[in-house]
Design a protein around this ligand. Structure first.
Ligand SMILES: Nc1ncnc2c1ncn2[C@@H]1O[C@H](COP(=O)(O)OP(=O)(O)O)[C@@H](O)[C@H]1O
Ligand SMILES: [Mg+2]
Length: 237
């Protein structure tokens, strides 16, 4: 079996000189697939995402993209390699308009970004309607669309999303998941953290349950949903 398209392989590390948060933790995603990371609060899900994106020094382990070792690249250089990241918090510029947020997302590009803005508007039609409104005036679900759209502006091959459905209603969550599936179908790999574990595993090709910075359970979304221990401990029975 060949290696996954993006892999944070056996990562150990923490913040600055602080204690290790991740312990031999592995998360990965294949081309055009959806991988989901779930687990209790404080398990290290966001830390794992930051490690894969280069916002954290890993003391051991490696990150590889398309077989290339990118462990020592800055986040900016990872964006140039095709990675997009939507962090859990502060993921939009609230005082800027929707369209300005998308333009900012395309800042590293030297070619025409308006075709991509058009594609984002096709994916999220409400953003076209609100294009001239400050993003801070939008609803929670719409802001998350801006954040995802902003990350799509660099035309990534892999999109990392940290809790894209946080604080939205179940209907808006379903809608966002549908859009994320649509993005994956275009061949973009999705690596996302989700607190709506059951719903997220239903759309996941691969799932990771993290506990205290370690891999507790790994499998296909289906396997994890059927695993009695995962159900009992993490899915509410
Ligand atoms: N910037 C930071 N500096 C120091 N410790 C942090 C920082 N961010 C998170 N942590 C710690 O790392 C651990 C894992 O947090 P986090 O990755 O945010 O968990 P999760 O996303 O699974 O809820 C927690 O103990 C948290 O206090
Ligand atoms: Mg988190």
């Amino acid at each position: 079996m060949s290696e996954p398209f993006l892999i944070g392989d056996s990562m150990t590390g923490g913040y600055g000189k602080g204690p290790d948060i991740l312990h031999d933790c592995t998360i990965a995603v294949d081309k055009g697939e959806i991988a989901v990371i779930v687990g209790p609060n404080g398990a290290g899900k966001s830390t794992g995402m930051k490690a894969v994106f280069g916002m954290l020094n890993v003391r051991s382990g490696a990150v590889r993209l398309g077989g290339e070792d990118i462990t020592n690249l800055s986040p900016q250089d990872r964006v140039r390699k095709g990675m997009g990241f939507v962090p859990q918090t502060h993921n939009i510029f609230t005082s800027m308009t929707v369209e300005e947020n998308l333009e900012m997302g395309g800042f590293i590009r030297t070619d025409d970004i308006y075709e991509t803005i058009e594609q984002v508007y096709e994916l999220f039609p409400i953003l076209r309607e609100k294009r001239n409104q400050p993003a801070g005036e939008l609803s929670g679900g719409q802001r998350q669309q801006v954040a995802v759209g902003r990350a799509l502006m660099t035309k990534p091959t892999v999109l990392m999303l940290d809790e894209p459905t946080a604080g939205v209603s179940p209907i808006v969550m379903d809608e966002l998941f549908d859009r994320i599936i649509e993005v994956a179908r275009t061949g973009i790999s999705i690596l996302m953290v989700e607190q709506n574990a059951r719903q997220a595993l239903e759309i996941a090709d691969k799932g990771y349950v993290l506990v205290q910075g370690c891999n507790a359970h790994t499998g296909s979304g289906k396997e994890l949903l059927a695993d009695p221990e995962v159900r009992q401990s993490f899915l509410g029975g």
